[in-house]
Design a binder for this molecule. Structure first.
Ligand code: DON
Length: 304
């Protein structure tokens, strides 16, 4: 199948979906992005890349950083990590507080904000500056040594981060956060504010399609079993309370971010990054979901 022609067709087919969603505005600096943009990039295990649309435009990866941070922390922490954060879907919005009290400060999974804060906390314990560790890793795997966090977005997140601060303090009261709350929040906001293009994101995510080893740098990050764990949690929790719809329509492990990006993994074959900033009510990219749905339907490539 001609993948380049396919993704260009998909781009044309999804353009009518512009303006069905809305750019995230709960962080003011995110609201200034031009809404009608769409990028798609595929990176295959045999070194090919296919891309179209705005695949070279850098955007805020937001919660997609949670998948990379999970992988790096799992590599360092092993099974111990799962004593501090669960692996079940939450069925709640990504920034919800309600479950945490019932569940004694142990977040449902690493992809809701509370879970990502715990993962960041543990990463700081291992790496010191977890954000710099993540950035160095993303630079190596994406091939762009200039990748960095957007300081304007990081500052805006901090300024409007009362809910994340509440989650962090609450977990600290249960002893499930070790580092100072301010340190954890600062690193978490900087991780969310990293700017990457679809081409870079697809390259950086490729190790997840290759049982934890990067075909680009030859480095082994995760064991086969850990790579399976990250993919499984992406499938069941990676798009929050829309994970059922994504599994049903796309059938792949996917991690989304409120910047409008989606990282999808086809184990043994390729990684895919799609970006379009207008979001549906559950915080996922409208055109991104449409595009991935069409891609797996046309190619028959899914994990099912
Ligand atoms: O914590 C926040 O509010 C954001 N910086 C990250 C949120 C995010 O991308 C969640 N979702 N898709």
């Amino acid at each position: 199948m001609n993948l380049q022609a396919l993704i260009e067709d998909i781009r044309q087919e999804t353009l009518p979906f512009y303006d069905q969603g809305k750019v995230a505005d709960y962080i003011p600096a995110l609201a200034s992005v031009r809404p009608r943009q769409f990028g798609f990039a595929i990176q295959t295990l045999d070194g090919r890349q296919y891309a179209c649309g705005d695949a070279d435009v850098a955007f805020s990866i937001q919660s997609i950083s949670k998948a990379f941070m999970l992988a790096l922390t799992l590599q360092a922490d092993g099974e111990e990590l799962w004593r501090h954060v669960g692996k079940e879907p939450s069925g709640n919005p990504f920034n919800s507080l309600v479950q945490l009290e019932y569940e004694h400060g142990i977040p449902r999974n690493p992809f809701i904000n509370a879970g990502a804060l715990v993962v960041t906390d543990r990463a700081i314990g291992h790496f010191g500056d977890a954000h710099s560790h993540l950035l160095a890793w993303l630079r190596a795997e994406s091939g762009n040594a200039a990748l960095s966090a957007d300081e304007t977005i990081a500052a805006s997140e901090r300024e409007h981060g009362d809910r994340n601060a509440a989650l962090a303090h609450f977990m600290k009261s249960y002893g499930n956060l070790i580092q100072p709350v301010e340190t954890v929040l600062n690193q978490y906001f900087h991780n969310c504010s990293i700017a990457m293009s679809c081409r870079e994101l697809a390259r950086a995510g490729l190790f997840l399609a290759n049982h934890g080893a990067s075909p680009q740098t030859g480095r082994h990050y995760l064991t086969r079993s850990q790579a399976k764990q990250v993919n499984a949690v992406m499938l069941t929790c990676g798009t929050y309370d829309a994970a059922g719809e994504f599994a049903y329509r796309v059938g792949l492990p996917v991690k989304s971010g409120v910047g409008g990006g989606l990282l999808a993994v086809i184990p043994g074959k390729m990684s895919i990054a799609v970006w379009s900033p207008q979001l549906d009510a559950r915080g996922n990219s409208v055109l991104g979901l449409e595009a991935l749905d069409r891609f797996t339907t046309a190619t028959g490539l899914s994990i099912f």
